[in-house]
Design a protein around this ligand. Structure first.
Ligand SMILES: [Zn+2]
Ligand SMILES: [Zn+2]
Length: 84
C-alpha cells in the first residue's frame, strides 16, 4: 500500500515537473501542442532572439498558446452608433 502511495506521489510530481530541467515548474508556459515547460526552459529552447523550434516533448512546431488576457478585446458593435 505504501508503494502504491509512493507511485501516486511520483506521478503527481512528474506531472508538475518540467521535462527540460526535471524540476518543479517555474512560471509554467503551455505550448499549442499541450505541453508545459518553465518559461525559462522554453526561452532556452527558443533561443535569443526567439526562433522557430520544435517541442522537446513531441517535436511539434513550438507555438505558445496565447494567454487569454493578452487576446485583444472584441469590440461590441453598438447598434445605435450609426444613428448618431
Ligand atoms: Zn524547466
Ligand atoms: Zn508538444
Amino acid at each position: 500500500m505504501d508503494e502504491e502511495l509512493l507511485a501516486l506521489r511520483e506521478q503527481l510530481v512528474a506531472e508538475a515537473t518540467c521535462p527540460l530541467c526535471l524540476d518543479v515548474f517555474e512560471q509554467p508556459v503551455l505550448t499549442a501542442c499541450g505541453h508545459s515547460f518553465c518559461g525559462q526552459c522554453l526561452a532556452g529552447v527558443l533561443g535569443e532572439p526567439p526562433r522557430p523550434a520544435a517541442c522537446p516533448q513531441c517535436r511539434a512546431p513550438l507555438e505558445l498558446a496565447p494567454p487569454v488576457s493578452v487576446l485583444p478585446a472584441v469590440p461590441v458593435p453598438n447598434p445605435w452608433s450609426r444613428c448618431v
